[in-house]
Design a binder for this molecule. Structure first.
Ligand SMILES: Nc1nc2c(c(=O)[nH]1)N[C@H]1C(S)=C(S)[C@@H](COP(=O)(O)OP(=O)(O)OC[C@H]3O[C@@H](n4cnc5c(=O)[nH]c(N)nc54)[C@H](O)[C@@H]3O)O[C@H]1N2
Ligand SMILES: Nc1nc2c(c(=O)[nH]1)N[C@H]1C(S)=C(S)[C@@H](COP(=O)(O)OP(=O)(O)OC[C@H]3O[C@@H](n4cnc5c(=O)[nH]c(N)nc54)[C@H](O)[C@@H]3O)O[C@H]1N2
Ligand code: SF4
Ligand SMILES: [Mo]
Length: 710
C-alpha cells in the first residue's frame, strides 16, 4: 500500500457485483495513485462501512500482474503464450474476425458474452448496443438472479420492497439465505443498529455456521434446499395460533382460505423431518414472527440457488403476507430494489434497434452452447466468435468441463477484455486490457438499497487499458455499426440516461453524488396493493406465465415448471443425496473474494488460504478423512480435489466449499464448478450452484494428484 499522504478525496461508488453498491470516499495521492478507500459516512445506506476487500483496492489497482497491453495468441489455444500488440491492432483483429464469421454463418454466429464484473450501466450494458445494431446473438442472463427474482415477483408482482434502511426500525430481522457479513456487509450495519437501539432480535437461516450465523439470536442451520418447508411450517403455526391477519389477507391476497387449508398438513413435525431443524426451533421462529409486527425478512440469493429455489423465495416472502407485516414501518419482506429505478437505457443498450426474433443464448449454458447442443443453439448457427467482458466463465459457469471443451474449440474466435489474465482470458485469441472503475466514468444503481450513484474517472489508467465503452465504440466503427450511442462519451450517456429517466441530469448527480430513489412508504409496502391487476399478493402464482425480468423473449418457461407446486411447499426437485452420492455440497461465497475477483490479490489469497471442503467430524471419521488430507470431491458431472477441513460448522451429510478459487488453485487444476450442474431450473432458468449431490473420498486413486498444485 502506498503510504503517501492523500492530497484530496475523490467520490465514487463500488462497481462490483454486490447488492450494497457502496458510496466511496477515495484517497487520491500526489503521485496520481490511490490510497485507502472508505465508505461514505453521509450516504444513508453505506453509513461509513465497506468491506475489507474494497478498502484495500489500491492493491488491485496497482497489481503487478494487471493487464496493461493488448495481447495476441502466439502458441496453441490455452497454452498461455501471447505477444504484445497495439490496442488499435487488437481491435482491428477482432473486427476482422467478427466480419469473417458473419460472412460465413450470418450475424448470430457472434455471441457477445458479459456479466456484472462492473455494474456500471454505461460500461456494462453498452455491449447490448453493439449486438442489437449488428443483430448478434443475445444473452439470457440466468447465472445469478433469476431464481431469486422470479420467486419474489411471483408473489408481489414487482422487484421492490420496504426501504432497506427500515431494518434499523425493526424489532425482528430474519436474515434468510444470505451470508450478509461476507456478501453485503451493510445489511449488518442496519440490523445491528436495530439491535442496539431497540433491542431487536436477529434470526439467521443458513446451511452452515458462518460469520452471519454467529451474529444471530436464533441460528437456524437447515438442510440445503429445504427452506420452503420451514416457511410453510412457520405459516402453519401463524394460522394455528391466530397470528395470521385474516382481514389483511382477504383484502391483499389471492386465495388465503385455500392456502390455509393447504398448510394444515405442513406441521412443524413435518418440516422438522425435512429441514433437520427441531420442532422447538421452528416454533420459536414462528412465535417470534407471530408476536412481532415489525418483522423484516431480509431475503438473500443463497437459498434460491437450488432447483426449487424460486419456490423457496416465494414461500419465505409469503410469511410477511400471512402476518400482514408489510403494513408496518420496519416490516415486510425485502429482496431487491432493482425494480424501483425506472431507468430508460434505450441509448446505452441500443434498445431502439432490438429485434425480438434474434435468438437469446443461455448464459449458464455456455458449455452446451459452445459444444453445439442443438437445443441450446435454437436452430441457429454455431457460435464461432465471441467478445467476453466483465466475466470469467471458464471459472464461474456451471458444468465447467463442458465449458472448457467449448472454449478450447479451434474454430472459435475468442476476444476477452479483462483486467487480469483470468482462466477465460488464457483461452483467448485476443486479450484487451481493461480500465478499473476509478479510471472511467460511470453511473451505478443499488440492488440492496435505493440510490443511483456517480462514479467519475479519478485517475489515469495504466498502459493501453481501454474502458468497455471505448472497446464497444472502437469495434462499432470498424464493423460499420451505426447508432448515436457510439458517438457519445460515457458522461454524455450518463446525462442522457438521467434525463430520459426523469432523474435530473449529470450536473445534478455530480453535485449531489447520489440520488435517493426510494418510492413512498405506501408504495414500497404495497399498501396501495401488490403489483398485479387485482392488487393481491399471489400465494398461488402462475409460474409459467410470470413476466420474469430476465426471461428470454422466445420461451414461455423452461425447466420442469409443470411440476411446480400450486402453493408454497417443499418441492423435491433438488438433487437429493443417494447411495452413490451421499453428501450434499454447497458452494458458498468466500469473504475475501467476490466471485472470481480478488482471488488475484495477495491479501485475498492469503486470507482465504487454499481451496478446502468443510466436513463434519462424523462424516470425516466415517470416510477415514483427517484435517489437511487431499480429498476427491465428485458429483455426477465431474471431480475436483481440495483439502479437508474437519469442522462442526457444517451439518452431518452436508459439505461446504467456500469461494470460487481459480481452477488451477485446486489440486489437479479443475475448479469447483466441475461439480455444479447447468441444467435450467424452473420456471425461467437459473443455475443451482448450491444444489449438488456429491461423494467424498481420500485422494490417492490412479491419476489423483497427491500434492498441491501451484
Ligand atoms: N465476499 C463476497 N461477497 C459477495 C460475493 C462473493 O462471492 N464474495 N458474491 C456477490 C454476488 S455475485 C452475489 S449474487 C451476492 C450473493 O450473496 P448472497 O445473497 O449472500 O448469496 P450466496 O452468496 O449465494 O449465499 C449466501 C448464503 O446462502 C447459503 N445457502 C446455500 N444454500 C442454502 C439453502 O438451501 N438454504 C439457506 N437458507 N441458505 C443457503 C450459503 O451457505 C451462504 O452462506 O453476493 C455478492 N457479494
Ligand atoms: N460454484 C459457484 N459458482 C458461482 C457462484 C457460486 O455461488 N458458486 N456464484 C455465481 C454468481 S452469483 C455470479 S454473479 C457469477 C459471477 O462470476 P463473474 O461474472 O466471473 O464475476 P466477477 O468475478 O464479479 O467478475 C468477472 C470479471 O470481470 C472483470 N471486470 C471487472 N470490471 C471490469 C471492467 O470494467 N471491464 C472489463 N472488461 N472487465 C471487468 C474482473 O476482472 C473479473 O475477472 O459467478 C457464479 N458462479
Ligand atoms: S460491500 Fe459490496 S458494494 Fe460495498 S465495497 Fe464491498 S463489494 Fe463493494
Ligand atoms: Mo451474483
Amino acid at each position: 500500500m502506498n503510504e503517501m499522504a492523500p492530497v484530496r478525496t475523490g467520490y465514487s461508488a463500488c462497481p462490483h457485483d454486490c447488492p450494497s453498491t457502496c458510496a466511496l470516499d477515495v484517497e487520491l495521492l500526489a503521485d496520481g495513485g490511490v490510497g485507502r478507500l472508505r465508505g461514505s459516512a453521509e450516504n444513508s445506506y453505506t453509513a461509513g462501512v465497506i468491506c475489507a476487500k474494497v478498502a484495500r483496492y489500491a492493491e488491485r489497482l496497482a497489481h503487478p500482474e494487471r493487464l496493461t497491453k493488448a495481447l495476441k495468441r502466439k502458441g496453441g489455444k490455452g497454452e498461455g503464450s501471447f505477444q504484445e500488440i497495439s490496442a488499435k491492432a487488437a481491435l482491428d483483429e477482432i473486427a476482422e474476425a467478427f466480419l469473417r464469421a458473419e460472412a460465413r454463418y450470418g450475424p448470430q454466429t457472434v455471441w457477445p458474452y458479459f456479466y456484472a464484473g462492473t455494474m456500471g450501466l454505461v460500461q456494462r450494458d453498452g455491449i447490448h448496443r453493439l449486438r442489437h445494431v449488428k443483430r448478434y446473438s443475445g444473452q439470457f442472463d440466468s447465472i445469478c438472479t433469476n431464481l431469486a427474482w422470479t420467486g419474489y415477483i411471483a408473489g408481489t408482482g414487482r422487484l421492490a420492497g420496504p426501504d432497506p434502511r427500515e431494518m434499523a426500525k425493526s424489532d425482528l430481522i430474519v436474515i434468510w439465505g444470505t451470508n450478509a457479513v461476507v456478501t453485503q456487509v451493510n445489511v449488518m450495519t442496519h440490523a445491528t443498529t436495530a439491535r442496539k437501539q431497540r433491542g431487536a432480535r436477529i434470526v439467521v437461516v443458513d446451511v452452515y455456521d458462518n460469520a452471519t450465523m454467529r451474529q444471530a439470536d436464533l441460528a437456524l442451520c437447515l438442510r440445503p434446499g429445504t427452506d420452503a418447508a420451514l416457511a410453510c411450517a412457520v405459516m402453519h403455526i401463524l394460522f394455528r395460533d391466530g397470528h395470521a391477519d385474516l382481514e389483511y389477507l382477504s383484502c391483499f391476497s389471492d386465495r388465503p382460505r385455500d392456502f390455509a387449508r393447504h398448510l394444515e398438513t405442513r406441521t412443524p413435525e413435518w418440516a422438522a423431518a425435512i429441514t433437520g431443524l427441531t420442532v422447538e426451533e421452528i416454533e420459536t421462529l414462528a412465535g417470534w414472527i407471530g408476536t412481532t409486527p415489525r418483522t423484516f425478512l431480509r431475503l438473500g440469493y443463497g437459498f434460491t440457488r437450488s432447483r426449487n429455489g424460486a419456490v423457496a423465495m416465494h414461500a419465505a416472502a409469503s410469511i410477511a403476507t400471512v402476518t400482514g407485516a408489510w403494513r408496518h414501518e420496519g416490516g415486510g419482506a425485502f429482496h431487491s430494489n432493482s425494480g424501483i429505478f425506472r431507468l430508460d437505457n434505450t441509448m446505452i443498450a441500443g434498445l431502439d434497434r432490438r429485434d425480438a426474433s434474434v435468438r437469446m443464448l443461455d448464459q449458464s449454458r455456455i458449455g452446451a452452447v459452445l459444444t453445439g447442443e442443438a437445443a441450446d443453439l435454437k436452430g441457429g448457427p454455431p457460435v464461432t466468435a465471441m467478445l467476453v467482458q466483465n466475466t470469467n466463465p471458464a471459472n464461474v459457469a456451471p458444468d465447467q468441463a463442458c465449458v472448457a471443451e467449448g472454449l478450447a474449440r479451434e474454430d472459435l474466435f475468442l476476444a476477452v477484455h479483462e483486467q487480469f489474465m483470468t482462466e477465460t482470458a488464457e483461452m483467448a485469441d485476443i486479450v484487451l486490457p481493461a480500465t478499473m472503475f476509478l479510471e472511467h466514468d460511470d453511473v451505478y444503481k443499488g440492488g440492496g438499497h435505493q440510490h443511483i450513484l456517480f462514479g467519475p474517472k479519478l485517475v489515469e489508467p495504466p498502459g493501453d487499458c481501454l474502458s468497455n465503452h471505448a472497446v464497444i465504440c472502437g469495434l462499432a466503427e470498424r464493423l460499420g455499426a451505426e447508432h448515436p450511442g457510439f458517438a457519445m462519451s460515457a458522461r454524455e450517456h450518463i446525462d442522457h440516461l438521467l434525463k430520459a429517466s426523469g432523474w435530473g441530469d449529470l450536473a445534478r448527480l455530480e453535485r449531489e453524488r447520489w440520488i435517493d430513489c426510494q418510492p413512498p412508504f405506501e408504495e414500497a409496502h404495497y399498501l396501495d396493493g401488490f403489483a398485479w391487476p387485482d392488487g393481491k399478493y399471489r400465494f398461488s402464482p402462475d409460474w409459467a406465465d410470470l413476466a420474469a425480468p430476465n426471461r428470454p423473449a422466445d420461451a414461455r418457461a423452461i425447466g420442469p415448471y409443470a411440476q411446480m407446486p400450486e402453493f408454497p411447499d417443499h418441492w423435491t426437485a433438488i438433487e437429493a443425496a443417494d447411495e452413490a452420492y451421499p453428501l450434499r455440497l454447497v458452494t458458498s461465497p468466500a469473504r475475501s473474494f467476490l466471485n472470481s475477483t480478488f482471488s488475484e490479490t495477495p491479501t485475498g489469497r492469503q486470507k482465504e488460504g487454499r481451496p478446502e471442503v468443510m466436513v463434519h467430524p462424523a462424516d470425516a471419521a466415517e470416510l477415514g478423512l483427517a484435517a489437511g488430507d487431499i480429498a476427491r470431491l465428485e458429483s455426477r458431472r465431474g471431480a475436483t480435489f481440495l483439502h479437508v477441513r474437519v469442522s462442526e460448522a457444517v451439518r452431518p451429510g452436508v459439505v461446504v466449499a467456500e469461494g470460487i478459487w481459480p481452477n488451477k488453485a485446486h489440486c489437479g487444476g479443475l475448479g469447483i464448478n466441475v461439480l455444479t450442474g447447468a441444467d435450467s431450473a424452473a420456471p425461467h432458468g437459473g443455475a443451482a450452484f448450491h444444489d449438488n449431490a456429491v461423494r467424498l473420498s481420500r485422494a490417492g486413486g490412479a491419476g489423483d494428484p497427491d500434492s498441491v498444485a501451484g
